[in-house]
Design a protein around this ligand. Structure first.
Ligand code: FAD
Length: 392
């Protein structure tokens, strides 16, 4: 396998580097993410997304006719890597860009593509993903939020939970039960819902990291036009699987850069900080763990390259995305733990590196739950990648 970039990929990378140099926003106080991410912070992210859009860099591998660049997955991966290398702001509307947009491209009508894709890319419309419920997470098909047809509308009652960004979202990809008499995977419908519709109540939940990134959502006689269905009525399960495959198929190139930067900083601290009168890095156990973290990260980089070449060939993410999701989420937790051990009490101080280590540690706990738990990823890998029989 040739791991080098082609001349046209190199050209794309160099042009992007020059563009980022000229356009990266200054890191003002507005640019700092705190536990209570403010309106100002979101406005800052929106303006960065608009700049990317105007510069032709939003939706690198999305079709040109809907505001994308029409480039390859490899160029999209280069884009993510370069953004991370430049320490650019996080992207506004990751659910829209990573999950809803690719789903609309795959199964939406022409009208839906024209209506929704440009707003996702420009950052003007933020999406959330209304899948999980109190009694339906891993077993998503058990969801109970009920939609009853009334003329040209569905009337929806029920509850969702853990809905990231619902407190700031304009739109929601919502999965509801439209046929309670059908087998559980067969009676679902996926809808594109305006979050300003009467009948939706959003209640933020606080995570242990201090963020209020996700929410409870309650629906009381919410009316959604039937024409807002994406895919077919009662075939919402296949739409949900398309969305989840895209969510898990993170290209990983940007994550690698961020994880590597964090590990390099921890190694640097291990050289400077002293414990029992000696630099932390002189502790043989700690050296071993840091070396293992380095090796794990290189495995992640190579796996990313492999899944990228598969994606570039097939054009659509498959169940292999679960391998990457499982690997990066567990790796990030291990490395966040090592950081805490190297830094000791320093990690708890908000004055030490802006308190980011303890935040990373607490936030990383959710990584093996969000987008499907590790156990669920292992089941998918066993059954759908390796072809093993079901365990029950
Ligand atoms: C930070 C964060 C953000 C999130 N954002 C969203 C969002 O935007 N939208 C949304 O819809 N959801 C979101 N979620 C919810 C997430 O998708 C669910 O929490 C997840 O799917 C697990 O569901 P659950 O919490 O109901 O746990 P359960 O499904 O009840 O699982 C409990 C435990 O049982 C294990 N388990 C369950 N089934 C099996 C099985 N078949 N085999 C082996 N073990 C099993 C699980 O691995 C887990 O350890 C988010 C979650 C987090 C943490």
């Amino acid at each position: 396998m040739d791991l080098g970039l082609t001349p046209s990929e190199l050209k794309f990378r160099d042009e992007l580097r020059a563009w980022l140099k000229a356009n990266l926003p200054a890191k003002t106080s507005k640019a700092v993410k705190t536990a209570d991410s403010t309106h100002e912070y979101h406005a800052y992210l929106k303006s960065w997304q608009r700049k990317l859009y105007d510069g032709g860099y939003a939706g690198v591998n999305w079709p040109k006719e809907y505001g994308g660049r029409g480039a390859t997955f490899i160029e999209q991966a280069i884009f993510q890597e370069e953004l991370a290398l430049a320490d650019a702001p996080e992207r506004m509307g990751t659910i829209g860009q990573g999950l809803v947009g690719p789903t609309i491209i795959a199964v939406g009508t022409e009208e839906q593509k024209k209506r929704y894709l440009p707003g996702i890319l420009s950052g003007d419309e933020v999406w959330c993903q209304g899948f999980s419920e109190p009694n339906a997470g891993s077993d998503l098909a058990a969801l109970e939020t009920k939609a009853v047809r009334d003329g040209d509308d569905f009337v929806i009652n029920g509850q969702k939970i853990w809905t990231s960004y619902a407190h700031i979202a304009d739109l929601c990809l919502l999965v509801v039960r439209t046929d309670p008499s059908a087998a559980k995977h067969k009676g679902l419908t996926s809808l594109l819902v305006d979050m300003k519709s009467p009948g939706i109540t959003v209640r933020p939940l606080k995570m242990m990291s201090g963020d209020s990134g996700f929410n409870e959502m309650f629906f009381s006689n919410l009316r959604v036009p039937v024409k807002q269905t994406i895919g077919q009525v009662n075939d919402g399960w296949s739409v949900a699987i398309t969305a989840l495959s895209n969510e898990r198929a993170n290209l990983g190139t940007g994550l690698y850069v961020v994880f590597k930067r964090n590990l390099d900083a921890v190694i640097d601290h291990a050289r400077k900080l002293k414990r029992n009168g000696k630099p932390v890095i002189d502790d043989p156990v700690m050296r071993q763990r840091l070396a293992q973290a380095y090796v794990d990260l290189e495995v992640f980089r190579l796996n990313t390259t492999r899944s990228l070449s598969i994606l570039n060939r097939t054009g659509a993410p498959g169940p292999e995305g679960s391998i990457q999701k499982l690997y990066w989420s567990e790796l990030n937790q291990r490395n966040a733990q090592i950081a805490m051990e190297v830094l000791g009490p320093n990690a708890l101080s908000s004055e030490f590196d802006g308190g980011r280590w303890v935040y990373n540690y607490l936030r990383s706990r959710g990584n093996t739950i969000e987008a499907g738990t590790s156990e669920v990823q292992r089941n998918i890998i066993a059954q759908r990648v390796l072809g093993l029989p079901r365990s029950y």
